[in-house]
Design a protein around this ligand. Sequence first.
Ligand code: RB5
Length: 142
Amino acid sequence: MKFYIGTDHAGFAIKEDVKALLKARNCEVIDLGPDSDARVDYPDFARKVAKAVVQDSGSFGIVICGTGIGISVSANKITGVRAALCHDVYTAQMSRAHNDANILAFGQRVVGIGVIESMIDAFINTPFEGGRHATRVAKIEG
Ligand code: RB5
């Protein structure tokens, strides 16, 4: 799997650890920034990841801010993105199974690295169930 990753300053500190978790699972990782913990605006990095995921068919994204809220709301403004703000294994698993999420979002100030690792495993290993869920997902785009 290929993952694009982006954060704001409030998600920056955990970014290298998340990249290492993905690489340990044989995922390709493309870091779209930022390059330091200097204050930035989360919509800018949400948009970079969202556009990359939409343009690169079959790829996925991870976006991180303080809460995960601003960066997931922003990513979802790009057509074709289904960014899921997750807090635990269950939400990460269901985001793939029922919502065909293509971006996993979480808050660095909300979840620790243990939860993040288990969410990444759930996200990577859970296929979209399709069927009635595909009908619903299709309606998201109108
Ligand atoms: C930055 O302080 C914080 O507002 C941002 O990371 C995020 O939590 C917004 O939703």
